[in-house]
Write a protein of this length. Sequence first.
Length: 455
Amino acid sequence: MHIGGVSVFEGPAPDHEQLKAHLDERLGLVPRFRQRLAPSPLGLRRPWWVDDPQFNLDYHLRRSALPHPGSERQLEALVARVFAQRLDRGKPLWEMYLVEGLEDGRFALITKAHHALVDGISGVDLASVILDTAPQPAPIGGAVAPFLRRPAPSRAELIAREAADAARIPLTLTERAVGAIFYPRRITRGLETLGAAAGSVSRELMNPAPDLPLNGATGPHRRFAARHLSLDAVRSISRRHSMTVNDVVVAAATASLREWLIARGVDIDGLELRALVPVNLRTDDERGLLGNRVALLRATLPVYIADDEQRLRAVHETMAQLKRSRQLMAAQAIIELSDFAPPTILAQASRLNFSTRLFNLIITNVPGPQLPLYLLGRRLETVAPIAFLPRGHALAIAVFSYNGTISFGLLGDLDRMHDLDSVADGLLEALERLTPQVQPIGVASDGGSGDVAVR
């Protein structure tokens, strides 16, 4: 469950010591990236984040280079290999790769972090710490405490923490009970929410997602493809149809998957896919905090609809209904449970809501900053996001907007998604059919092979 992205910068790459010093300074603002997980000795709660006394930035910051000519296709192959490797759970859960040798004298930065450490929104906030809004790196405002290597907590200390946390649970329950006495409608609403959430998940479990080539046994290896478009062109579609950019993105994915399923020989008559669509629950007050505050909702994708305009309207109606559905109650109830529920109950509730039987693929869309960003004076050109593949799933589509560009990052299983590029190209074709203004950014022929490389 690691997520991340591949960022392409103009200009020559900074040397290792320069980038290392820059990251070391900025990580003082996000100390979680110097912490690792400490498992609960008694299993009464979730793991703790504790300082890693052996933290070594050279382990997390790595350097690589592409062979000549340094094409987009070569970069995508490297990204796929990086994301096929698991993170070491005994160390802070992130890695960063600086990649030299891209064509046109550019370089790339591949970032990878576990979903427990960041979600898409907090990942954007982390990038805002590492990157600058001007070519000249800005000095860090205020005093940043130096990193002190604290010893790892002993087993006895962890048991003491666990006992203290367990003792707080009855107090939390008592406080809620007292609150219910004075405000009885609160507990009534809470029970109604939990009941509706449980009923929603139960009904969905009785109606699993369709059995498709997107699902089944998958291997440990990956494919990756990235495509980039003008954000204004996509916005023009959303304005013309009075809907959100996310509606347009999901509709384009639906259209591409329709053509892909037809090419695979799947009967699409009356077929609806299920997509897991993460929704941000982070409030403005929580912006900048690390961790995970994402609700996972399941949307139906009407691949049976042949007409582009009709399919777009159907997706818009589905997404609007989803935001008012009981699925959102279920996700919010699970997050509220995390305050005091034992980890075994919380884990089972989360697994039930995230059951891989309920969806065919992930589609996630994260808005990014709409102004140019810089790393040590090098301008950031594009950011292709990368989601993760749940067990038994062969495709995940991530979308990210930055500085007037919207980027699609597709992660697929190496063996099951040999035609991943056709899905990526289908996204562009679907958007182009909705408006002639949509044009790919940096389209180049790939030697007459019929494939398309898109920056």
